[in-house]
Write a protein that binds this ligand. Sequence first.
Ligand SMILES: C[S@@+](CC[C@H](N)C(=O)[O-])C[C@H]1O[C@@H](n2cnc3c(N)ncnc32)[C@H](O)[C@@H]1O
Length: 293
Amino acid sequence: MFVFPPSIRKIKAAAGLIEQALTQAGIETAALDARLLIEHVCLIDHAGFIASGDKELSDDQLSSLAALARRRMNREPVARIIGKAEFWSLEFSISAETLDPRPDTETLVELALEMIGTRRNAPLRLLDLGTGSGCILLSLLTELPNAVGVGVDLSQAALETARQNAMALGLDRRTQFLKSDWFSSLNGHFDVIVSNPPYIPQAEIDTLEPEVAFFEPRAALDGGVDGLAPYRLIFDKASSYLAANGMILLEFGQGQETDIIEIINRSPMKEQKCSFQLKADLQGINRVIGIEI
Ligand SMILES: C[S@@+](CC[C@H](N)C(=O)[O-])C[C@H]1O[C@@H](n2cnc3c(N)ncnc32)[C@H](O)[C@@H]1O
């Protein structure tokens, strides 16, 4: 069991010991995670961490820190332990029913902004299907000063977290969060529809890394037998909710793009004159499809 020996009291030494323990537990981001746990317990930011290496931790801080380090060694994600994650350089609270926002999903925000182009100051109406923490919708709203947005999710608890995030970012007046099974509770038309739906094939969920398989909410992962069930449901209805010159952007899993293009071509969207583009994430893997009508 991980405990601090009496010789370890200073922040820098504690960070080093946690890093070592996390590395031995097979965690690749050991140094970063050790720092984030210390910042959380000491209520300091990155600059404070750098400046406080020689500062001594109290007994309470050391025991809290050891308990958090043990949770991380059991592969609980650091964002879940500290209850927050960074996305699009913004801070988002996360909870048991929200996905830990992924850097890959920033690719969706980037492509949406590229496609919106010169309309950035327009009074756009956005819709985020499966909003989770609200990270996609709220990040877009920080970049689109006159836009408003609706975020929907099946999870009431996730919607509550998204509302808190909107409030913390000063975006509550431009957002509405609704419980809805994809489009089921929605009316009207949207200029930009975004979604990062669950896309893991059911049988693969238990084979994923422990941080995901054991700690992420199933409803955020489970894309049905082939991982594509949400895309069929979303593309079946999307064209009825898109405004003239509207666009829809969806994140997908590695290698799913061919199947998704086929789903689009078999959906009511094929009746509309639409063009699509793919955008790769930082690893060069196609990650997002954006369709304009
Ligand atoms: C992969 S997570 C994405 C969360 C967040 N948008 C993000 O990118 O971090 C998928 C989200 O879709 C929600 N969801 C799953 N099925 C849904 C459905 N039928 N209708 C609405 N939301 C759904 C889940 O609760 C989860 O919050």
